[in-house]
Ligand binder design. Structure first.
Ligand SMILES: [Zn+2]
Length: 135
């Protein structure tokens, strides 16, 4: 991750889910840094890459065999961000990734929804033309 180049998604995530720390930004020295924890792992399946809070991490610790937590600190003022550390969590028992379920947060699902719309609109349009006897 490049310093001073937080993408809009990272900033938004830090604003809504970030833990406010007592450390101030080393670059602009104006804002307190916010911490985010991302979880990654094969056993997390589609949930790999999600942001989790400490309570959720504690639960996941006994639900998954192994996953990695990346802690990132972000400054909302200037956008400076930095991977502080990563560590492994889990109870050591290997599990299969959860079956893929559709959630609203799922980007694939959103894309499919968007892809279906023009198709539906075209069908309606076609029906309209038939009704007008032009088809
Ligand atoms: Zn800053």
């Amino acid at each position: 991750m490049d310093a001073c180049d937080a993408d809009p998604y990272l900033r938004r995530a830090a604003k809504h889910h970030g833990n406010l720390t007592t450390r101030s930004c080393p670059v602009c020295k104006k804002e307190a840094l916010r911490e985010l924890r991302y979880t990654f792992g094969d056993q997390l399946g589609q949930y790999s890459g999600r942001i989790k809070n400490e309570a959720e991490l504690e639960e996941m610790q006994s639900e998954y065999g192994e996953f990695r937590v990346y802690t990132v600190e972000i400054c909302l003022g200037c956008g400076w961000n930095h991977l502080i550390y990563s560590y492994l969590l889990g109870d050591g028992k290997t599990r299969k990734a959860p079956r893929k379920v559709r959630t609203l947060e799922d980007e694939d699902f959103m894309e499919e929804e968007a892809a279906r719309k023009p198709l539906k609109a075209w069908h309606l349009h076609e029906q309209e033309l038939r009704d007008q006897g032009r088809f």
